[in-house]
Write a new protein. Structure first.
Lengths: 342, 79
């Protein structure tokens, strides 16, 4: 994968350093993040989230022509931590009410998590896509989704060595299914690649980074934030649980949209698979992972709810942003200047 | 155990070829999680092959992908 295009001073500072065009000026970047102007929203900003996404991607598949040693470069880690702390603080602030209500609610952990998934009000992206989206809008949706689904489940895998016993066994059971249960062609990331190809889209990992807006990168960065920090392991599992518990029914709608629009049936297979898989995974994730983790360590309860609320609140942001752009008759993707790429 | 099942589910029948133990875990207001089965027979006697480590078998009888759970139980009002 190539490094993405910069979108402002933060991403330029990181990308220029990784590409060898300039030295990394950690002090300057940390100060920029620390003194973010009032109007910059650290949960959706383009520049902020390209910078953070690049820093995280060094821990996944990395970039062509970028030294692999950057992954643990102390100066870059310092910049990443500043981005993370501002991002996390804002996510905590925005989910505080829902987390508090879940903590005060009655019932076992799993049922409170299921209830939490119903507590977020927002427009239904899945319903719009099922019933009304044009072919072009559906393809845009696939492009947004590609950023996560081409590395589907990877952020949760960071947690495996950080937990023990029952929740660990359940997490591995879930991930084994996500990773195709021994069949490479059934790796969910590969199946999504097949679906992209069936839609005439690019299946290359990271192929659409420059086109997707900050809010889509931010949703991905939230998963890496929770997955890569051991202290946030319970939030990572709460996120996984909420993600799985809000997947089966929307996936049925997405498969319906593919058939309504007359797109290649192969593209629907991915979503059909997820209707069934995620009906299993939501039970595993909420009962055998999240609830079991809290049984072992009761102090993790708040973070399980926090992680779930992060997932659900990101879905609301995505739905609002995409639907409002479409209502204005605009594309949800960024136009990329061909010259800038070359 | 499940409180208030909708119309009594026709018990799905996990099938195993060898001597493995089959583990069936009912989820409150949800499906049955089945581990260790090779196939699950539906109400008409047709065997559906198990292709994942754990399967969720529909217990509300409202799934559109029987015998598998598809999450439909969540949109049925609980009693």
């Amino acid at each position: 994968m190539q490094l993405p295009l910069e979108r402002g001073p933060l991403s330029a500072g990181v990308i220029d350093a990784l590409s060898g065009r300039a030295d990394l000026d950690g002090d300057r970047l940390v100060a920029l993040v620390h003194d973010l102007p009032e109007h910059v929203d650290p949960t959706t900003d383009d520049d902020f989230h390209v910078a953070l996404w690049v820093a995280y991607e060094l821990h996944y598949l990395g970039f062509e022509d970028v030294a692999e040693s950057w992954e643990w470069d102390p100066e870059l880690i310092r910049v990443r931590r500043e981005l993370e702390s501002v991002f996390e603080a804002e996510l905590r602030r925005r989910t505080a009410d829902q987390v508090r209500r879940a903590l005060e609610a009655d019932g076992d952990v799993a049922s409170r998590l299921f209830d939490l998934t119903e507590a977020f009000d927002g427009p239904s992206l899945a319903r719009f896509i099922q019933r009304e989206a044009t072919r072009e809008q559906f393809l845009e949706f696939m492009v947004h989704r590609s950023i996560y689904h081409l590395k589907e489940s990877d952020p949760a895998s960071w947690v495996i060595p950080r937990i023990t016993g029952k929740p660990k066994a359940a997490l591995v059971e879930l991930q084994y299914d996500e990773y195709g249960a021994g069949r490479p062609d059934r790796l969910h990331a590969t199946m999504f690649g097949d679906a992209l190809e069936a839609c005439g889209l690019d299946r290359e990992y990271g192929g659409y980074i420059d086109q997707v807006p900050g809010y889509t990168l931010a949703s991905n960065n939230a998963m890496s934030l929770l997955g890569l920090n051991r202290r946030l392991r319970a939030a990572a599992m709460g996120h996984l649980g909420a993600f799985e518990a809000t997947s089966s029914l929307p996936c049925r709608r997405f498969a319906g949209a593919i058939r309504r629009l007359g797109l290649d049936e192969k593209a629907a297979e991915y979503f059909d698979e997820h209707v069934e898989a995620d009906a299993v995974h939501e039970q595993l994730a909420l009962r055998d992972i999240c609830a079991a983790l809290v049984d072992q360590e009761p102090t993790l309860l708040t973070d399980v709810f926090f992680g779930a609320a992060v997932c659900l609140s990101r879905d609301v942001v995505t739905a609002e942003q995409m639907l409002s752009a479409w209502q204005r008759g605009e594309s949800t993707l960024r136009a990329v200047d061909a010259e800038a790429v070359a | 155990m499940r409180s208030a099942p909708q119309p009594v589910p026709r018990a799905p029948e996990p099938v195993v070829a060898g001597t493995r133990e089959i583990e069936v875990t009912p989820c409150p207001n949800g499906p049955l999680l089945v581990r260790g089965a090779d196939a699950v027979r539906d109400a008409d006697g047709r065997a559906h092959q198990v292709t994942r480590p754990v399967v969720a078998v529909c217990a509300c009888d409202k799934s559109q992908r029987l015998p598998w759970c598809d999450g439909t139980h969540k949109v049925i009002p609980r009693k």
